[in-house]
Design a protein around this ligand. Structure first.
Ligand code: NAD
Length: 479
């Protein structure tokens, strides 16, 4: 590890520790001022943010605005509205054994937190709608820089380490944040593995990591050294089950919007594979093809509405998944790619073998295998035979099937008859389970992720119980 990186990481941590110790971040007024700063940044810098996202991912402007910028706005507004309520100590009933006393749960900031983020939503957030609906001006909001908002609202000082794989957005964040928020308490440290490792060597009061589970294991090993609590927002293979009892056209549009309409499949909650019955598969395939033609035209590689693959490593990884011998002849739609532009067309596969890499690894790109089963209920066992996904989706009008899916399938989150949109609801926790992550955020859950709930008991000097004190005698117990 480079000594310079270690020294910079240690210095950043020390400066933020001193700021936290000064008590500066505790008042609601400071927290609200930072949140308002982020709101101003999102409003004033829309063009710059969209340009950075276009440079990093060729992300369409609508996606940048709807999936990233408006997320910041919505989340900041939600935090501002609820801040005072969240900060209030909560009275709880006092127990008989401690009579007379009062008891409460007091939220307190954790201290200095480290947020390590991923490249796919460098501002971060999603709302999944077909391009046609977005163009209609339906700009619903969710949020970005989301963990930072939770950390600030909870009164912590923060180091944010953006992903070096999205360099334009990383450098823009490093430039913008000090102009809009208190730089003595919120700092961006840029860099790759060396800088992240140097940061991880330091002692933090919480580490919030978004990324793949392989690096998650590395982060966990650093956290273990200092017994640092972690939130992990990881990925996995998100299944979409499509029953025959559906509105097929709407289902196909919503699957496409969640897959290719979000960074061309480079999203943690992107549909990773579809399960349907053998008899229904031809209809579903046909509908998906029609929707894809309508969204992106016959030559999707030239569509301005499709993001590119983030870098050549990921491009080559995805090409290898497509080109695997047992998979390449299962392509029924798409399959085109352009190495120079780092673009891969939406590609559908029918019945890729379950032991192929495309069915074993998280795809994180525009490839969508469709797996067929005889009966739709067989999908439960198939999903449960894999690691627990971040999200699971079922399209069906059958309420009994929905209830069975909810009871039998474990996933970070679940949606019936749509994809991805659960993360737009600030009242729902967003996070994984098992291999897809630990801990959750968004809305109140973001505040909770960066807060310690302190048990406080305030006792009167009255109410002495003799039996509590030695010498212990039977006589005292009778009293
Ligand atoms: P990435 O390559 O940008 O890496 C994420 C972070 O880890 C970066 O900040 C990077 O600097 C750091 N890092 C990488 N290698 C490291 C190492 N060896 N040691 C220390 N730090 C290291 O992003 P990625 O991991 O490719 O992101 C994609 C993954 O993230 C997918 O699995 C996706 O599903 C998941 N993801 C999850 C969420 C969520 O909210 N659950 C959101 C976005 C992405």
């Amino acid at each position: 590890m480079e000594a310079v990186a270690v020294a910079a990481a240690a210095e950043a941590r020390e400066r933020l520790r001193a700021s936290f110790a000064s008590g500066r971040t505790r008042p609601a007024a400071w927290r609200a001022a930072q949140l308002r700063g982020l709101l101003r940044m999102a409003a004033e810098m829309e063009a710059e943010i969209c340009a950075a996202l276009r440079a990093d991912l060729a992300k369409p402007h609508t996606e940048s605005y709807v999936h990233e910028i408006s997320l910041v706005t919505s989340s900041c507004k939600f935090a501002l509205k609820n801040l005072k309520k969240w900060m209030q100590p909560k009275k709880v009933p006092a127990g008989v054994l401690t009579f007379p006393s009062t008891t409460r749960v007091t939220p307190e900031p954790l201290g200095v937190v480290l947020i390590v983020s991923a490249s796919n939503y460098p501002f971060y957030g999603l709302i999944l709608q077909p391009p046609e609906a977005m163009k209609g001006g339906d700009r619903q909001a969710v949020l970005a820089v989301d963990p930072v908002i939770g950390a600030i609202a909870a009164g912590n000082t923060v180091v944010l380490k953006p992903s070096e794989i999205a360099p334009a957005t990383s450098s823009l964040l490093a430039d913008l944040l000090p102009r809009y928020v208190d730089s003595s308490c919120i700092k961006v440290v840029e860099g790759g593995i060396a800088e992240t490792t140097a940061l991880l060597e330091q002692k933090w009061d919480k580490i919030f990591y978004t990324g793949n589970s392989k690096v998650g294991r590395i982060v966990m090993s650093f956290a273990a050294k200092h017994l640092t609590p972690v939130v992990f927002e990881l990925g996995g293979k998100c299944p979409v089950v499509v029953d025959s009892n559906v509105d097929l056209h709407v289902a196909a549009k919503r699957i496409a919007a969640g897959k290719w309409g979000c960074n061309n499949g480079q999203a943690c909650i992107s549909p990773d594979y579809v399960i349907t019955t053998k008899s229904f598969a031809p209809k579903l395939l046909d509908s998906l093809k029609k929707v894809l033609d309508k969204f992106y035209g016959k030559d999707s590689l030239r569509s301005e509405d499709l993001s590119r693959i983030v870098n050549s490593n990921h491009f080559n990884r995805l090409k290898a998944l497509m080109d695997e011998e047992m998979v390449s002849d299962k392509i029924l739609f798409g399959g085109q790619s352009d190495e120079q532009q780092l673009k891969i067309a939406p590609t559908l596969f029918l019945d890729a073998p379950l032991d192929s890499a495309i069915m074993k690894e998280e795809i994180f790109g525009p490839l969508l295998p469709i797996i067929t089963v005889d009966k739709i209920h067989e999908s439960f066992a198939l999903i449960n035979s894999m690691t627990k996904p971040l999200a699971a989706y079922l399209f069906s009008k059958d309420s009994k099937l929905k209830r069975q899916f909810e009871r039998n399938v474990s996933a970070g989150g679940m949606i019936f008859n749509d994809t991805g949109i659960h993360l737009t609801n600030q009242n729902l926790p967003f996070g994984g389970v098992g291999e897809s992550g630990m801990g959750a955020y968004h809305g109140t859950f973001s505040f909770d992720a960066f807060t310690h709930r302190k048990a406080v008991l305030d006792r009167s000097f009255l109410g002495e119980a003799k039996a509590r004190y030695p010498p212990y005698t039977r006589g005292k117990l009778k009293i």
